[in-house]
Design a binder for this molecule. Sequence first.
Ligand SMILES: *Cc1c(COP(=O)(O)O)cnc(C)c1O
Length: 437
Amino acid sequence: MSAGPRSQELYREACRLMPAGVNSPVRAFHSVGGEPIFHASAAGCRITDVDGRSYIDYVGSWGPLILGHAHPAVVEAVASAAARGLSFGAPCEAEIELARLLAETVDHLEMVRFVSSGTEAVMSAVRLARGVTGRDDVLKFSGCYHGHADHLLVSAGSGLATFGRPSSAGVPAAFAGHTLVLPLDDDTALERLFAERGDRLAAVLMEGIPANAGLLVQRQGYLRRLRELCTEHGVLLILDEVITGFRLGPGGAAGLYGITPDLATYGKIIGGGLPVGAYGGSRRLMEQLAPLGPVYQAGTLSGNPVAMAAGAATLHELLDDGGSAWERLERTAGRLQQGLGAAFHDAGLPFSIARAGSILWLSLQEGPPPRRFEDIDDDAAERYAALHSALLDEGVYLAPSAYEVMFVSTVHDEADIDETVAAFGRALARVGGEMRP
Ligand SMILES: *Cc1c(COP(=O)(O)O)cnc(C)c1O
C-alpha cells in the first residue's frame, strides 16, 4: 500500500528538512520499499495515521509501550509531573521512586544511574567496566545491538574471534579495534576467545535475549557458561536489558535464565515512552562513578521529573497486580503465535515464529528459529516487503523491517489478536504468491 495523501505530503516536506525525512533510519521504510506513514494519534493498541487510517500496532514505539499507547495512568502521571516543572537540573523525589522500583525488583541492582537513552546507558556501563578493570577490550556478539556508540557500531571481521570492523562510516578503526565480535551460540569459539584474550577483556556485552536482528533465543547453558568464564577471567558481564527489562517479567532475562550480571542496562519500558535509560549493579561498582569515583558520566536532563514519572507509573502498573500483567501478555502473545502459525500453514508458505513472552519474531524462512545472526536468510527478509505492505492495507502495523520483532502490549486483547490473525489470512491470500522462495 502507498501511504495516504497527507502522509505523502508530510514526507516530502520532512525529506527537505531531515535526512530521509526521519530521525532514526529504520523509520524511513527503506527496507520494505515504501514510504513512511505519518501518525497523528494513538490509544491502546491502535495507532491512527494523518489520513485517518487506523492500525493494530505491533511496533509499540519499538518496545517501550508495554501498556499500549497513552495509558491513562502514565498520561496522568506525566501531566501532573509536568505541571510541577519540566526539569530541575537538581535532585527530585521522582528519581528515588524509579530507582527504588528498579532496586527492589531486580536482585543485582543495588544502585542505578539514570541517563536519557539506551545508547547512553550501554556506553556508560562499558566506560565504567573499563574504568574498574583497567582493561580496554570488550566482547560483543554479532546480531546484537547495543545502541550507536562508536565502539559498539562494529561487526565481525573475517574469521572467528577477530577484532571488529566499524559498521558505520565515521567510526575510527582504532575504536572498533577494542571490540571483539563472536557469533552467538558457539561454545567452542567462546572458550577459545576467553583462553586467548579473556584476561584483556574489560567486559562482555550480551543482550538479555537478542531481539534487534530477529529474535535469537539463546540456550541457558551457553549463557551460564559465559557467566562462569567472565568470573574466571575477571571480566564484567554487562547484560543489556534495554528491550528485555520488564518485558519478559520483573527480573528480565537475568531472572528468566537465572544469571547474575555485574552490570545491567535498561531503557525503553522504564521510561514509559519518554527518553530514559539506566545502568546499575553493585554498590561497589556504581560508587566508582563521578563524583565518588574516577569514571565520569553526566547528563543535563538525566533523571528529569517528567520522564521519571512516566517510568514509575509504567512499572507500578506492571508490578502492582502481582505479576498478572506478564501472565496476560504470555497468553495473548501465545494466541498470536498460534494464530499466525495456522495462517501461514493454511497458506502453505515457509515461516518460523520465535517468541519470548510478548516479543515475537516472524521470519519467512523454514525450520526452527535461528539462534545465530549468520543463520538468518537474507532472501526471506526480502520477501517480507510484500507482506508488510499487504498488512498495512488490512489495518495491521508491523515494523518496516524483516529483522525487527513484534511487541504485544497488555491492552491487545483476544479480539485484537483474532482480528490480526484474520488480517494476516487475507494478506497471505492476496500476496502469498510473491512470498514463495
Ligand atoms: C533499543 C536498544 C538500545 C538503544 O537504546 P536507544 O534508547 O535507542 O538508544 C540498546 N540496546 C538494546 C538491547 C536495545 O534494544
